[in-house]
Design a protein around this ligand. Structure first.
Ligand code: TRP
Length: 328
């Protein structure tokens, strides 16, 4: 029996190298003879923030192309767009009725995202977001869910909901295990290295997008914030330099110690160039493949149509069981 892996990625905005090393790169590697993977473009999660409709549709498509470029093989895995599989919304409602306001209020992502707004402006989708995510996972009997550290709490909630439902109605759901990317799960902003690198950073110099051109990548790294010492060490009080070392180590697969040793005697200028070069080297083949896929939109549509069919067939089996248990 193959282990089932499921993950999702939002199509909201330019993906960064943080998303790449924390998620997308691992997703391709998780396709083995012992696993079967479902990967979904989570456009339903994206509308918890108001989106331009044409932009959203375009980005969902491009995100699928990017996943293909990063090595997701549609003959081995199911790649699909969440909103095209209505079972996600259907199960989500049932799970909402088995989730509590209290536990949803405790989600740090919700607290962070709603902190700056008054209650009238917080949409209910932002609140029930983790329940939809639980539906994504439970619909496919996932054994493992690869996510970044920031999603770990949502995964724990998913487990709680699954266990609660099983206790109330009998065994329906498999209780999934999180799979948290180790190193590089957290890449910080190049401009404010005390904050996570984010695609929604208003300062584009803070993040490196997977699709940034090589000269743009070089420029962003050259502008990266460091400190007034000139020693290359991995230390808590040297956030900028440590972040550059983290990026280098994750991209190259080297350890932090090896990386620090490699840069001994160099200045920050050289360090920045070397890190930028490593990033460019890693991203170039993906960028090339991405452009090739985008030049062939019919192929992407075909992949997504196949994914939609496979996903909804798998999801319907679980949904039938759920409906039967709850009396629908
Ligand atoms: N919420 C996740 C994020 O923003 C994306 C996501 C949606 C997801 N559905 C999922 C991740 C299911 C794992 C499993 O990163």
């Amino acid at each position: 029996m193959k282990k089932i892996i499921l993950s999702g990625i939002q199509p909201s905005g330019a993906l960064t190298i943080g998303n790449y090393v924390g998620a997308v790169r691992n997703w391709a590697k998780l396709q083995t003879d012992e696993t079967y993977c479902f990967y979904c473009v989570a456009d339903m999660h994206a509308i918890t923030v108001r989106q331009d409709p044409n932009e959203l549709r375009k980005r969902s498509f491009e995100t699928a192309a990017l996943l293909l470029a990063a090595g997701i093989d549609p003959d081995k895995s199911t790649l699909f767009i969440q909103s095209q599989v209505p079972q996600h919304a259907q199960l989500s409602w049932v799970l909402c009725c088995n989730s509590y306001m209290g536990e949803l209020s405790r989600m740090t992502q919700f607290k962070d995202k709603s902190a700056t707004k008054n209650e009238e402006n917080i949409n209910a989708g932002l609140f029930t977001y983790p329940v939809l995510m639980a539906a994504d996972i439970l619909l496919y009997n996932a054994d493992y869910v690869p996510v970044g550290v920031d999603q770990k709490q949502h995964l724990e909630l998913c487990r709680d909901i699954a266990i609660r439902f099983n206790n109330a109605y009998g065994e329906v759901f498999k209780v999934p295990e999180p799979m948290i990317a180790r190193v590089g799960a957290k890449i910080m902003s190049l401009q404010s290295p005390d904050k996570k690198m984010s695609k929604s950073d208003p300062n584009p110099n803070g993040f490196v997008a997977i699709m940034d051109e090589p000269d743009v990548i070089m420029k962003k790294f050259k502008r990266a914030v460091t400190d007034s010492e000139s020693v290359i060490e991995y230390r808590e009080d040297k956030l900028g330099v440590s972040n550059l070392l983290t990026i280098y180590a994750t991209i190259t697969g080297k350890s932090i110690e090896e990386s620090v040793a490699e840069f001994q005697g160099m200045g920050y200028g050289q360090l920045k160039i070397k890190v930028a070069e490593a990033v460019i080297e890693e991203l170039t083949p993906i960028q090339t493949a991405f452009k090739q896929y985008l030049a062939n939109p019919d192929y992407i549509s075909e992949v997504l149509e196949k994914g939609r069919k496979q996903a909804s067939e798998a999801a319907q089996k679980i949904l039938d069981k759920v409906f039967e248990k709850i009396g629908f």
